[in-house]
Ligand binder design. Structure first.
Ligand SMILES: *Cc1c(COP(=O)(O)O)cnc(C)c1O
Length: 396
């Protein structure tokens, strides 16, 4: 492969070497089914217990509150569908936001269309932050669940999770947060934030793909998601993904251990990148909150260009980036997140997301800025809209 600069760490991350190393013996040496009784199975069982403890430790949770899933999407589906089933006698109202990941939004649509749920989608301000007053106003005696993502995968905005948890607790409403982007990037303590359920995914934190978890606070009445064997305390049947769990545990501990230093460095590089692009390229804007923002997220709109064209040209230079969320690229609709923060369609279309990693260097950032400058200039020169705009500027 030619030299590549990977700036799409919100889509997925490279599995860390120490994670891969920890996983390997669980493929070919300790491959026993954890539910069996012989010694070989004991090693698998022990590995699951340790993985669970490692993750619980990072969240300030108890090990028996961590339920492994096949990823973030499954955890989100489980939280919403099973909480709705378990609490629908109390009420049918769920409050979420307009900027959630599709794993939440499409689950809400399903619950609304097929299961009789009533869903309120909260607005966000121009930086992507939910309005706490609106949240308070939307709560009714029928409200059983509030689900607000910890940090947004497209624009990086971090929500006032502590305040939302407080509001939910005061009203006796369950609080779920999709923390897939936040876990391992910002400190999270489920007790301090009054979180009742939390979703996370291994492959977003330098762990393996196909493993995630749902934290469920002890006492929360929630149904099984997969019926079958007695795994995951009878709530999620199926032979456990032992190597995945081992890798996830190591990745979670690693992320916690390196967090302070890693994120401080990323914030510096992030702000340097934002600053260079927005000052050196005209007609650009930063999307998302400038401060309450994931340490590695940059999301910029370039007027008069198509984000997809920019992406293709960056790819030719070996630069991996994204125009929004990976799940929506390929569709021509602009991102629901960018529309929710009030961007007009044509500006939302010209957006680029760059998400850094601990391995990103200043040299790479400088190279990327230079390429973006050239490409944006080139694309604008081909744009009739830009031509019109320049003519009008001259006439004024
Ligand atoms: C990636 C992502 C998911 C989905 O996680 P998978 O493990 O890929 O299923 C859900 N929510 C957010 C915010 C994400 O970034």
């Amino acid at each position: 492969m030619k030299k590549m600069i990977y700036l799409d760490n919100a889509a997925t991350t490279k599995t860390a070497p120490e994670v891969v190393e920890a996983m390997l013996p669980y493929f070919s040496e300790y491959y026993g089914n954890p539910s069996s009784i012989y010694e070989l199975a004991g090693a698998s069982k022990k590995a699951i217990t340790e993985g669970r403890e490692k993750i619980a430790d990072v969240l300030g949770a108890k090990a028996n509150e961590i339920y492994f899933t096949a990823g973030g999407s499954e955890a989100d589906n489980w939280a919403l569908k099973a909480a709705f089933e378990a609490y629908k006698d109390k009420g049918n109202h769920i409050i979420t936001t307009k900027i959630e990941h599709h794993a939440i939004l499409h689950t809400c649509e399903y619950l609304e269309k097929e299961r009789g749920a009533k869903i309120t989608y909260l607005d966000v301000d121009e930086n992507g932050v939910v309005d706490l007053e609106q949240l308070q106003k939307e709560i009714t005696p029928q409200t059983i669940l509030i689900s607000v993502m910890f940090a947004n995968n497209e624009i990086g905005t971090i929500q006032p999770i502590k305040e939302i948890g407080q509001i939910a607790r005061e009203h006796g409403i369950l609080f779920h947060t999709d923390a897939v982007q936040a876990f391992g990037q910002v400190p999270i303590n489920v007790d301090e934030y009054n979180i009742d359920m939390l979703s996370s995914s291994g492959h977003k934190i330098n762990g393996p793909k196909g493993i995630g978890f749902l934290y469920i606070r002890k006492g929360v009445k929630i149904r099984s998601f997969v019926h079958g064997g007695a795994q995951e305390r009878k709530r999620r049947a199926g032979t456990e993904n032992v190597p995945g769990i081992v890798g996830y545990g190591v990745a979670a501990q690693r992320a916690a251990r390196t967090m302070a230093e890693r994120t401080a460095r990323e914030v510096e590089l992030r702000d340097y990148l934002i600053n260079r692009i927005t000052t050196e390229i005209p007609y650009t804007r930063l999307n998302g909150d400038p401060v309450k923002r994931l340490p590695n997220n940059v999301n910029i709109s370039f007027q008069f260009i198509e984000g997809e064209s920019l992406l293709i040209m960056l790819d030719m230079d070996g630069i991996c980036a994204s125009s929004g969320s990976a799940c929506t690229s390929g569709s021509l609709d602009p991102s629901h997140v960018l529309l929710a923060i009030g961007l007009p369609h044509e500006i939302a279309h010209g957006s680029l997301r760059l998400t850094l990693s601990e391995e990103t260097t200043k040299e790479e950032v400088d190279f990327v800025v230079e390429r973006i400058k050239k490409i944006v200039e080139h694309l604008r020169n081909m744009s009739p809209l830009y031509e019109d705009f320049v003519k009008k500027q001259k006439n004024n």
